[in-house]
Design a protein around this ligand. Structure first.
Ligand SMILES: C[S@@+](CC[C@H](N)C(=O)[O-])C[C@H]1O[C@@H](n2cnc3c(N)ncnc32)[C@H](O)[C@@H]1O
Length: 214
């Protein structure tokens, strides 16, 4: 760690998160309803949602692909950054998650911008057009991140953004030995080795890789 790095403990991170744009009422309601419906509590954190939204807005993104919809929390947050003719295609394998997301997207002010595609992303990603995405957000099964990286580089236009959540693996990324941690380390190594991807890890939430295709 360089001398200029400041260790961030929970209290300091709480302060940092509190400085972020607050979560809006609709996303808070979606979160509560998603828990009540029995969906797992594994959506991105509000400060990550703000980060995605600001980065997409700064990049002028219009076409976004998401892998891992869950209840639609991150898809709706990202859609808020896109212009009226922007579009998000979000991929989800669990019918219950896709149904919940579709219901809440339909109730949201972003309904025209988001399409949920049901199926395994390993099957649905290859059907998407090459070079057309301004951004790809990976947030599904970590064991497949290396495959998703390959697909993302196919889908992204030059200058497009790659986001990948959970790259800190709940703090286990440096020393853990589970299959998930090993898959995430393989993903980070593969991303670093790509000559046409410049990336950095943003330590928000469980860590988000943020890369730009060259
Ligand atoms: C961490 S959650 C996504 C959270 C969501 N991005 C958010 O922040 O609101 C991961 C989702 O990926 C889905 N998933 C897991 N494996 C998948 C696969 N192979 N293809 C598509 N979706 C998958 C899970 O069912 C789950 O809903």
């Amino acid at each position: 760690m360089s001398k200029s790095s400041t260790p961030v403990d929970e209290a300091l991170f709480g302060f940092v998160a509190a400085q972020t744009i607050p979560e809006d009422d609709f996303l808070r309601d979606l979160r509560v309803a998603s828990l009540a419906a029995g969906l797992p509590e594994i959506h991105i954190a509000p400060e990550q949602a703000a980060f995605l939204r600001i980065a997409l807005q700064a990049a002028g993104a219009k076409r976004v692909v998401e892998v891992g919809t869950l209840g639609g929390y991150s898809a709706i947050a990202m859609a808020r950054a896109l212009p009226d003719d922007g579009r998000i295609v979000t991929l989800e394998v669990e019918p219950q998650h896709a149904a919940f997301a579709r219901e809440w997207i339909a109730k949201s002010d972003q309904r025209g911008k988001i399409e949920v595609r049901l199926g395994n992303a390993m099957d649905t990603l290859p059907a998407l057009a090459a070079g057309a995405a301004d951004a790809v957000f990976l947030d599904a099964d970590k064991e497949r991140y290396v495959d998703y990286l390959r697909q993302s580089m196919r889908l992204l236009r030059r200058g497009g953004i790659l986001f990948a959540d959970n790259v800190l693996a709940d703090g286990e990324i440096a020393t853990g030995t589970s299959a998930k941690v090993q898959a995430l380390r393989a993903f980070l190594a593969a991303a670093k080795a790509l000559p046409n991807l410049r990336s950095v890890i943003v330590p928000l939430g469980d860590g988000c890789l943020f890369g730009v295709k060259q």
